[in-house]
Structures are given as structure tokens and as C-alpha cells.
Design a protein around this ligand. Structure first.
Ligand code: PLP
Length: 463
């Protein structure tokens, strides 16, 4: 018995690279294992798809790549070359953006900022996306010329409480501060960032922001930007039906109504009781099938209550407002993979087959998440005999199981086989990577498809 397969959506460039097992082995030989690989061409394709949607809208627009999604300097250089903006959230990201060639007028800085970062942002003359009134007051104290600011708003009706931003109820105070310091603060516009899949929730936030912009005009300010943040979804799975089939088999196993696909007592966030599973699993993001470009198009076309039901994009255009967005994971989608190697295979006391890898779980996912697309084993050609295995990590901690679920493999992996974790470029490869057990940091390497084949170089060296 082997579990259903959950094939990952691969960009054609990535698929072409992985089709050559010898080339993948050569990359591991040259740069070591494990290895994060980033594909700037895929990043560019994602940007193009979003740009095409924005070009069809009548309003002006700007994409600010959210740097925090990946530390890769190849990605940030690709963004700089594409002529878009960048959204940075730390002093190091600010330096990285400047090094990549972004001019200050194309950089905005968001997120929580202490005094040193406020000073750095003012000195760099970038747009400051202001998180709170304390920050706005410090900018007014420290600026010697007018600093362009966006007010990041939160507290929208129907949205989850947020630790970020200025509550809608405090906007009047922000206006008072802006009015007292016209020589030090220029209100460029308002902003929000919602990590939601719901277009309706974003439309509501846009509506609230437009009301704030009207109030700003009434106070004599002239904001021209509405920044809708990031949160556009990725597409991980190549086959929605396969995802559903796996999810169903997994839940049947949890209920004891089928073979157990889970390890130990884990339930992946499902609540298991009374012969049913309820709740949202930790891997729910893997279910999405709608592309970021489609989500963006849907938002721009959505009717805006209170504006005669006209579409969001049309209302922005009519009010001469520029739409800014800060996509992170949507531009890194499918643009990075992590490659490891099989160290050995063993059978555990509970009968499970454990495929030990030379990486740990936190190199490819956050501890509380479970990856619900299958790693690819690049086996030597041979007879196919599908089976279910767990991939185990190299830390001597029980919890370092890279997959806490059985994964279908076409045949039993062998020591040295490359194992590829698809689509780790957005957060997975960078947000949680620890250096436990004195393992060195996993290197990052650029893969570029050229007429003469694939070229590889260190992420920092890529131009
Ligand atoms: C993280 C973040 C983003 C990027 O979010 P994605 O979900 O990766 O698109 C954009 N804006 C802000 C303020 C953020 O904190």
C-alpha cells in the first residue's frame, strides 16, 4: 500500500533542470549538500504576470518586492533590474536594496522600527511606511527635510486583530501630527497588509482606506497612493484532485478508517473526534489553486460598496490614486528549491520506512507547518515499485522528521539519491533555518537557463 501522490507545480525552467539527474548531482558535488537553488528567471516570470494585470488596470501602479521573503541577493537584483520598487523591513534589507541598485525613491521601509532603523530610513531618504504614532513623532523630531510617509492602517471591520499599523480610530491623531510638521512629513498615502486569501476582506480594507484618504483631503493633505500590501497566494500543487485525495486518505488514517499516513500522534491541526475530522489543517495553503495574478485581477475588478459598485481599479483611477502592492511569496513562487541527499534508509519499530536526509526539517519549512507537496527523489532509472516513506532529518531530535506524513515514492530511495523539496523560495528556505548541531548554513546558488545549458553560480556573485 502506498499513499496517493501529491505532485508539486514546477516552473518549466525548474522542471528542465531537474530532468537531468547528472546535472543535479554535479551541482551537489560542486556546491555541497544540502543546497538552496534560486531561479531568477522564474522570479521574472512571476513579476511579468502581475505587471500584465496591473497594465490592464487604468490606475497607476507600483510593485514593491517584499524582500523579507528571501535573503537572496539575486532576487533583489532581479527586482532592481526590472524597474520595480522594493519593500524592506530591516537595516540589512535596506543595505541589500541599495547595493542591488535601487534608488531611494523606489524603496519603502515597512514593519516595526526602533529608533536606529527610523534614523537609518531618514538618512537613506526612502519612503517610510509608518507602523505607529510613536514612529511618526520620531520622524517629525529627526527629519531635516520632508520625509514621504505612508500611514499603515489596521483595525478594519471583519479583519482579525493585527499587531501592526495605526488603528483606524487613531487616524485623527496621525493627521494632527502631520499637520503640525508639514516641513518634515509628507503624506504620500495610506497602506495596509492583510495575510488573507479573501478578496472581500481586502475590498473592505480598500473601502476604509479610501474613506481615510477623503478625510485627508478634507484636512488639506494630498495623498496619492493606496498600498494594499502583500498576501497574494502561491500555487504549490500541480493537481488539486491529487491534493484532495491525499488529504482524504490522511484524514481516514487519523480516524482509523484507513491505513495511517501520519507519524505518531500528530494530527496536523485537525481535531479528531466522534468519527470526523474538523478544523483547518496546518498545510491548508497547499490547497490553493488560484494564481496570484488571478487574485490580483479579481481584486481590481471587485465592486466597491459605497462607490456605486464600481470596480476597485476604476475607483482608484478616477481618484488619480496609484495602487502599490508589496508581494513577497507571489514573486518567489516556484522560484526556489532545496536539494538534499539520502544518507541511509531504515525501518523503524512501528514498521515505517525512514529515509534519512542530510538536512533538517527547519531547512525547508517552519516547525509548525507540514509540507503538502511531495519531495522528488531523483533515483537511478529502474523498476518502479511505489511505496510510502517518511523523510527524516539529521538532527538527533525526535521532532526532526522532515515529513510527518508518508510520502509516495516511485521506488525505494538509495544513499546518495538527490531529494528535491520544490517551491521553498518563499520563506521556507530562509525564515526558520537554524544552525543546530553545528551544521553550516545551507549555501544558496543561482541556476540560470541559457542557450548553452544551465549556468550555476553563488547567489552573491550573480549579475
Ligand atoms: C511580509 C509582508 C509582505 C509580503 O507578504 P507576502 O505574503 O509574502 O506577499 C508585504 N508587506 C508587509 C508589510 C509584510 O510584512
Amino acid at each position: 500500500m502506498s499513499p496517493p501522490a501529491v505532485p508539486a507545480a514546477l516552473h518549466p525552467v525548474v522542471a528542465a533542470f531537474l530532468a537531468d539527474r547528472a546535472a543535479v548531482c554535479a551541482a551537489l558535488e560542486r556546491f555541497g549538500s544540502p543546497l538552496h537553488l534560486v531561479f531568477p528567471q522564474v522570479f521574472t516570470d512571476n513579476l511579468t504576470a502581475l505587471t500584465e494585470v496591473l497594465d490592464r488596470a487604468r490606475c497607476g501602479s507600483r510593485i514593491c518586492y517584499a524582500h523579507k521573503v528571501n535573503r537572496s541577493s539575486a532576487f533583489v537584483r532581479t527586482a532592481a533590474r526590472a524597474g520595480i520598487g522594493v519593500d524592506v523591513a530591516s537595516a540589512a534589507e535596506l543595505r541589500s536594496a541599495l547595493d542591488a541598485g535601487f534608488t531611494p525613491d523606489r524603496i519603502e521601509i515597512t514593519g516595526p522600527k526602533g529608533l536606529p532603523l527610523v534614523r537609518a530610513a531618514i538618512a537613506a531618504q526612502v519612503t517610510i511606511n509608518v507602523d505607529n504614532l510613536w514612529e511618526l513623532a520620531r520622524i517629525a523630531d529627526l527629519a531635516d527635510t520632508a520625509v514621504p510617509v505612508l500611514l499603515r492602517l489596521s483595525g478594519f471591520p471583519g479583519s482579525a486583530p493585527s499587531r501592526f499599523g495605526i488603528d483606524l480610530a487613531a487616524v485623527g491623531e496621525a493627521f494632527d501630527l502631520l499637520a503640525r510638521h508639514p516641513d518634515r512629513l509628507t503624506l504620500l498615502g495610506v497602506a495596509f497588509h492583510l495575510d488573507t486569501a479573501s478578496t472581500q476582506e481586502r475590498v473592505r480594507a480598500v473601502g476604509e482606506c479610501l474613506t481615510v484618504i477623503e478625510r485627508a483631503y478634507a484636512r488639506g493633505f494630498t495623498p496619492s497612493v493606496l498600498d494594499i500590501g502583500g498576501g497574494l497566494r502561491q500555487v504549490f500543487s500541480a493537481d488539486a484532485a491529487a491534493y484532495d485525495a491525499y488529504d482524504e486518505a490522511l484524514r481516514a488514517g487519523l480516524l482509523g478508517q484507513g491505513p495511517a499516513l501520519h507519524w505518531g500522534t500528530g494530527t496536523f491541526g485537525y481535531h479528531v473526534a466522534g468519527g470526523v475530522t474538523t478544523g483547518t489543517p496546518v498545510f491548508h495553503k497547499y490547497a490553493n489553486t488560484e494564481s496570484a495574478a488571478d487574485i490580483l485581477a479579481e481584486l481590481l475588478a471587485a465592486p466597491l460598496p459605497g462607490h456605486g459598485g464600481r470596480a476597485v481599479g476604476a475607483v482608484l483611477a478616477d481618484n488619480l490614486l496609484d495602487l502599490w502592492l508589496e508581494p513577497g511569496k507571489a514573486v518567489a513562487d516556484r522560484a526556489g528549491i532545496t536539494v538534499s541527499q539520502v544518507e541511509f534508509v531504515k525501518r523503524a519499530g512501528n514498521g515505517a520506512t525512514l529515509v534519512h536526509l542530510d538536512l533538517s526539517r527547519d531547512t525547508v519549512t517552519a516547525a509548525d507547518q507540514e509540507v503538502l507537496i511531495d519531495p522528488l527523489v531523483l533515483s537511478e532509472p529502474g523498476e518502479s515499485a511505489p511505496t510510502g516513506v517518511f523523510f527524516a532529518g539529521r538532527l538527533c531530535l525526535e521532532r526532526d522528521l522532515v515529513t510527518q506524513r508518508q510520502v509516495r515514492v516511485a521506488r525505494m530511495p538509495a544513499p546518495g539519491d538527490p531529494v528535491v523539496f520544490p517551491n521553498t523560495g518563499a520563506y521556507h528556505m530562509d525564515l526558520s533555518a537554524a544552525n543546530a548541531a553545528m551544521h553550516p548554513t545551507t549555501p544558496k546558488v543561482v541556476v540560470h537557463q541559457s542557450d548553452s545549458g544551465f549556468l550555476l553560480c553563488g547567489d552573491e556573485e550573480w549579475r
